[in-house]
Design a protein around this ligand. Structure first.
Ligand code: SF4
Ligand code: SF4
Length: 81
């Protein structure tokens, strides 16, 4: 995603994701999708479409891979700021 990020938003680590699709199905806003490209492990990773996230956290709680999904809420303060 390029440019300033609009909160809330979701980031998915492309190398941690195993492409199971649980987050895609869990997202009530339908703003996640499995990509067409493969990561280095041979999975089609999930990704954020770039807008429309409501910060509900359903994707985070549905994901079996620790660390694959991060949801940033509007009060998120980047480290070092
Ligand atoms: S936090 Fe909720 S709305 Fe945002 S991507 Fe995850 S499931 Fe979808
Ligand atoms: S639930 Fe986790 S492992 Fe499964 S597609 Fe989504 S980010 Fe990837």
């Amino acid at each position: 995603m390029d440019g300033p990020k609009k909160y809330p938003f979701c980031e998915i680590d492309q190398e941690e994701c195993k492409g199971c699709g649980l987050c895609v199905n869990a997202c009530p806003a339908k703003v996640l999708e499995l990509s067409t490209h493969l990561n280095s492990k041979g999975y089609h990773p999930s990704g954020y479409k770039g807008s429309g996230c409501i910060g509900c956290g359903s994707c985070f709680y549905s994901c079996p891979e620790p660390g694959a999904i991060t949801v940033y809420l509007k009060d998120y303060v980047p480290e070092g700021v």
